[in-house]
Ligand binder design. Structure first.
Ligand code: C2E
Ligand code: CA
Ligand code: CA
Ligand code: CA
Length: 279
């Protein structure tokens, strides 16, 4: 289209995120990427902080572009959210992850769960529940092995609508996790209103533990609330033994971070599960 005044050129490594020349070429490349099948899924272990055994995986989308290399989700998810591609990509991720879980469980020979990120636009989409039902039916995976990760913002746009959708997810026995907990504009009242099962403490509150007394206070408060509301907690972005020790000692059941496993291909995840089995 010639109406745009922004010059088209290949993205340069130094382009700031969100710069127009970057986004327009990236957006065009995304449609191509869908046709070429350049999107793939990585899986990051969510482990028991006490035993360090893998209990589940978070599904994380990747885009492997033939010349740009790995395009990080912080670059392409916002574009997909704007142009609506997220609905299609998200449906694909949900179905693929639920299918993948069955292979993970076969190899591990025990129950695992799979966590999938749901963007605000997906959540609000009229067809979301039928997408969910299709994915569950196609995979044969029981709903109680699925955790849907949403942010505080997703709930707050239209709380009444969110309440009805979450109720329907609960009917399917899928659990809801609040992602990046503590970073949204939180009214803690929603913890009472909505059927939530998991809080994921954002990496921002973990990364300076145990030195930062403010972050320590926030983590302790979240763990305390979770305990009283009977929610499980995942500490995100755990990179050191000290951080793991800190949250474990204070009652955090699950951790996810580079210390216990980076996001990995399904193939590598299967190898990790085999190791888990024999140790
Ligand atoms: P998120 O849902 O908060 O995912 C966690 C992010 O933290 C991932 O980044 C993961 O690689 C990173 N991470 C995990 N452990 C560590 C650690 O120890 N240290 C550090 N520095 N980082 C760690 P990633 O994969 O780049 O994804 C970024 C964001 O993109 C996600 O944040 C999520 O909001 C979005 N995203 C990724 N995949 C999907 C998807 O399939 N659908 C939707 N809607 N959003 C997705
Ligand atoms: Ca997440
Ligand atoms: Ca998160
Ligand atoms: Ca995040």
């Amino acid at each position: 289209g010639g109406a745009r005044t922004v010059p088209h050129r290949q993205r340069q490594p130094g382009d700031p995120a969100g710069s127009p020349q970057h986004d327009i070429s990236l957006e065009a490349a995304m449609f191509q990427a869908v046709r070429e099948g350049e999107f793939l899924l990585y899986y990051q272990p969510i482990v028991s902080s006490r035993t360090r055994r893998i209990e589940g995986f978070e599904t994380l989308m990747r885009w492997k572009h033939p010349t740009l290399g790995m395009v990080p989700p912080v670059r392409f998810i916002p574009i997909a959210e704007t142009n609506g591609l997220i609905n299609m990509l998200g449906a694909w991720a949900l179905k693929s992850a639920l299918v993948q879980l069955r292979q993970f469980e076969e190899v591990a020979r025990r129950d695992l769960y799979i966590s999938v990120n749901i963007s605000p636009r997906q959540f609000r989409n009229d067809r979301f529940l039928s997408v969910l039902d299709d994915a569950l039916a196609f995979s044969g995976t029981p709903g109680d092995k699925l955790v849907l990760e949403i942010t505080e913002g997703t709930l707050m746009v239209d709380p009444a609508h969110a309440e009805s959708i979450l109720g329907k997810m609960a009917e399917r026995r899928a659990r809801i996790a609040i992602d990046d907990f503590g970073t949204g504009y939180s009214s803690l009242a929603y913890l009472k209103r909505f059927p939530i099962s998991v809080l994921k403490i954002d990496r921002a509150f973990i990364k300076d533990l145990p030195e930062s007394s403010k972050d320590a206070a926030i983590c302790n408060a979240v763990l305390d609330i979770a305990k009283h509301l009977n929610l499980s907690v995942v500490a995100e972005g755990v990179e050191t033994e000290e951080q793991l020790d800190y949250v474990e000692t204070r009652g955090c059941d699950y951790v996810q971070g580079y210390l216990t496993g980076k996001p990995m291909s399904a193939h590598v995840a299967l190898a990790a599960l085999k190791e888990d089995l024999y140790t």
